[in-house]
Design a binder for this molecule. Structure first.
Ligand SMILES: [Zn+2]
Length: 331
């Protein structure tokens, strides 16, 4: 004698029983269980009733109807567990659990079981896609946080100040918002190329800008001679006050500008006469600029201070008046 097996179902079974008026208490409890099973309810997010909940199914709207509560709906195939009347109300969030339940299966005409199975496949597929998307989002946030910390670590490792890091970060953020970072994929940061671009593209424009400022603004000049790899150079640096636009304050503010105007190769001679020629060539391009020089800072080298032949003397002899400051190291 073989024992009679319960009817097998092709899809996952819920806990609900077929709706019968004499099972009110049990069914009510199960309805709550359905609700708790749903992740949206656990996160206190109640889905509102709209056509979107049908996920394009034509079968589902034939038995799921809108209920008075905005987050509720009614299954017209099942009976209310409390009143026993046709039409079981539930939260929209509990819909999938209900449709998968044994109770709903039992209340569905066997001719519709295929449609019911297709509906469950459709709803579960949508839910799974949502979960995958949310996992992707989490992974992406983790990745972005790691990338941010990695970038910060790199900048700090370059001994940049917080202010410089702030400026670089703000520039990149603005460029990213304007979709202006595409150059990263196609450009090279080779040191020789950087030097060439600076020398041939930026330098002429920057020098023009500084020279124009010096025509109208009083400035001091720092001079220093140094030797790098056996070659002698003279560095000319100007310092002046200028107005600069401040994004945060939304107005121009006075800032001290420190600009290297030339790094001149001295070759063999570093006499005061040579220095004067360099100044005339690189700096004193107009009379206004000569007149705006109000001070010179130097390191007491003989080419600057030597009597008769020192640069300071030569300038003073030419009728130029300015203050001089002597320092051991010019930064
Ligand atoms: Zn139902």
């Amino acid at each position: 004698m073989s024992k009679k097996q319960p009817k097998q179902r092709a899809f996952p079974q819920g806990n609900e029983q077929a709706s019968k008026p004499n099972q009110k208490k049990i069914l009510h409890k199960e309805t709550l269980q359905d609700t708790n099973n749903d992740e949206n309810t656990q996160s206190n997010h109640y889905t509102q009733f709209s056509n979107k909940i049908f996920k394009g199914s034509k079968y589902m709207p034939t038995f799921i109807k809108e209920a008075p509560g905005k987050s509720s709906c009614i299954c017209m195939k099942c009976r209310d567990p409390l009143t026993g009347k046709l039409g079981q109300a539930m939260l929209v969030n509990s819909l999938l659990a209900h449709i998968k339940s044994d109770k709903h299966y039992a209340n569905t005409d066997p001719k519709e079981h295929k449609k019911l199975q297709e509906l469950i496949t459709l709803l579960e597929g949508t839910k799974k896609n949502k979960e995958i998307n949310s996992e992707d989002k989490g992974d992406k946030t983790d990745f972005e946080t790691k990338s941010f910390l990695k970038f910060l670590g790199f900048l700090i490792g370059q001994n940049l100040s917080f202010s410089q890091i702030h400026n670089i970060g703000s520039y990149l953020q603005k460029a990213a918002n304007e979709k202006g970072l595409g150059f990263l994929k196609i450009s090279s940061f080779n040191e020789e190329l950087l030097s060439k671009i600076t020398r041939e593209c930026f330098r002429p424009i920057l020098i023009d800008g500084i020279i124009n400022s010096l025509k109208t603004k009083p400035f001091s000049l720092s001079l220093d001679n140094a030797t790098f790899s056996g070659e002698h150079f003279c560095a000319l640096k100007v310092k002046f006050l200028d107005l600069e636009w401040n994004d945060e304050l939304q107005e121009n503010i006075s800032t001290i500008k420190n600009k290297i105007i030339a790094l001149h190769n001295l070759k063999e001679s570093s006499s005061g006469k040579t220095m004067e020629e360099i100044l005339n060539l690189k700096l004193f391009q107009t009379e206004e600029i000569k007149n705006n020089l109000i001070g010179i800072v130097h390191d007491c080298a003989s080419s600057f201070t030597g009597s008769d032949v020192g640069l300071i003397n030569l300038l003073q002899k030419a009728g130029k008046e300015f203050l001089t400051f002597e320092t051991l190291v010019i930064v």
